[in-house]
Design a protein around this ligand. Structure first.
Ligand code: AMP
Length: 425
């Protein structure tokens, strides 16, 4: 059982997760507070950092109430808001996101986690945020597993493909093992979620834009474009004087191998802006069509790289067990539909498309806890001198990266936990 903390960006999240011997898992606690960025129309690092400082300790305090009660003398006494306290099971270790992310924000979580680990005299584990996103479907399968089932494999089994689509990342990842991930394709400019948020500001009428609870406009744009998936025509109508072309469909330089490693979205966003500037009087139905076309081209571009890699015979991907779509944009039903259709059309109708529930797709501490548990079971621990890492690619072959295990401060479970650097005289 671990207590886990996520603070890499603007979400402060805490979880307590327990994995049972048959691979079923119980989430005893999971909560998240997102900083309010509406005033800045985007994530403001200082506002987000202050939100972590303000909210993290309170969330941890609340989480402790959910630790299972115990009679063991290794338990910890937790006050319950009145004058009484209950003896509760102490987590086996504390996990925190170590990177990648905003440095100051990461430090808030890491330092709190180290403090808890030292106070409770248990190990600390600093994990990779992108690895956690990739492992999320395995967390979900463990949470769904009934405790009476004896089968002990977690699915999807390695290897599997993940399309990670969020406000900060767009990449296609081939996961062959817990720490063995290869980034097959990634964006050369902005993330797909970022492009959608910016384009939504151009497309959406002011009142619709204002209805969004935060600056992640994707859900509002989807609802505006496709109010009812049963009746909204998905495809482009011919009677409009504009069109959005698929990214890299014309004039893109480079050979096929290098093109299949790239995503690009700035061009799509610029095309939308040009159309809106050229036709400022555009009526509501046409704006909705524009929103749909924007999503269709972006999503076909996303799925195209997965198909290309599946078909590529020079670097076979082996028998991948699933295509996972994760990250905030994964909640978009139109993305699911387009990806499924493209897989089917290209002969991959038997490949499962796995989409974790939204609360585990966006940044959250449950996935950090799960990654901590998988790393713990692999015998890995972090030293207390583990520092926040602003950049930390999961792929050792990507530029200037050492991969997950190449980072400093890892130790094996049986190695000496902590050597003082100075003598206390
Ligand atoms: P994350 O970065 O994982 O927290 O996800 C947030 C991003 O996902 C933002 O860019 C959102 O606009 C985007 N997003 C969330 N839901 C949807 C949706 N239904 N359609 C498109 N984008 C979405």
């Amino acid at each position: 059982m671990t207590l886990a903390i996520e603070t890499s960006c603007d979400d402060t999240s805490v979880a307590i997760l327990e994995k049972h011997p048959n691979s079923a898992a119980t989430l005893h606690f999971h909560a998240k507070i997102t900083s309010d960025n509406r005033g800045t129309r985007g994530i403001d690092p200082i506002v987000a950092h202050e939100s972590h400082q303000k909210n993290l300790a309170g969330l941890v305090n609340e989480a402790l109430q959910s630790l299972p009660p115990t009679l063991s003398n290794t338990g910890i006494f937790v006050k319950d808001g009145t004058s009484s306290s209950t003896l509760r099971q102490k987590p086996d270790f504390v996990t925190a996101t170590r990177g990648p992310g905003m440095r100051a924000n990461l430090i808030t979580g890491i330092d709190t986690a180290k403090g808890l680990a030292v106070a409770w005299q248990i190990p600390f584990l600093g994990v990779n945020h992108m690895q956690a996103h990739a492992l999320t479907p395995r967390l979900v399968s463990a949470l769904r597993r009934k405790s009476e089932i004896e089968h002990s494999e977690v699915d999807p089994s390695f290897p599997f493909l993940t399309l990670l689509v969020s406000g900060g990342n767009t990449m296609l990842v081939h996961s062959k093992g817990l720490c063995d991930h290869k980034i097959l394709a990634s964006t050369v400019d902005i993330a797909v979620g970022d492009m959608i948020d910016k384009a939504a500001r151009d497309i959406l009428p002011p009142a619709t834009l204002a209805s969004s609870p935060d600056v992640s406009y994707g859900p509002v744009l989807e609802q505006y474009a496709i109010p009812d998936p049963e009746t909204t025509p998905p495809m482009r109508a011919n009677e409009v004087p504009w069109s959005i072309s698929l990214p890299m469909s014309n004039g893109a330089s480079g050979n096929r191998d290098s093109l299949m490693r790239k995503y690009t979205f700035t061009g799509t966003g610029s095309m939308v802006r040009r159309i809106i500037l050229k036709y400022p009087e555009m009526q509501d139905w046409e704006r909705r069509l524009l929103a749909r076309e924007l999503m269709r081209t972006a999503f076909e571009h996303l799925a195209s790289r997965a198909i290309l890699w599946l078909k590529n015979t020079k670097q076979p991907l082996g028998d991948v067990s699933a295509l996972v779509i994760s990250g905030g944009v994964a909640s978009n039903q139109y993305l699911m539909r387009i990806t499924r259709e493209m897989l089917d059309k290209n002969g991959y109708s038997s490949l499962p498309l796995v989409v974790p529930p939204m609360k585990y797709c966006t940044d959250n501490a449950a996935m950090i806890a799960w990654t901590g548990i998988e790393m713990w079971e692999a015998g890995l621990r972090s030293n207390l001198d583990a520092m926040a890492m602003r950049e930390w690619s999961i792929d050792p072959d990507s530029q200037e990266s050492v991969g997950i295990l190449g980072a400093t401060s890892w130790r094996r479970e049986n190695e000496i936990p902590w050597k003082p650097l100075v003598n206390n005289t």
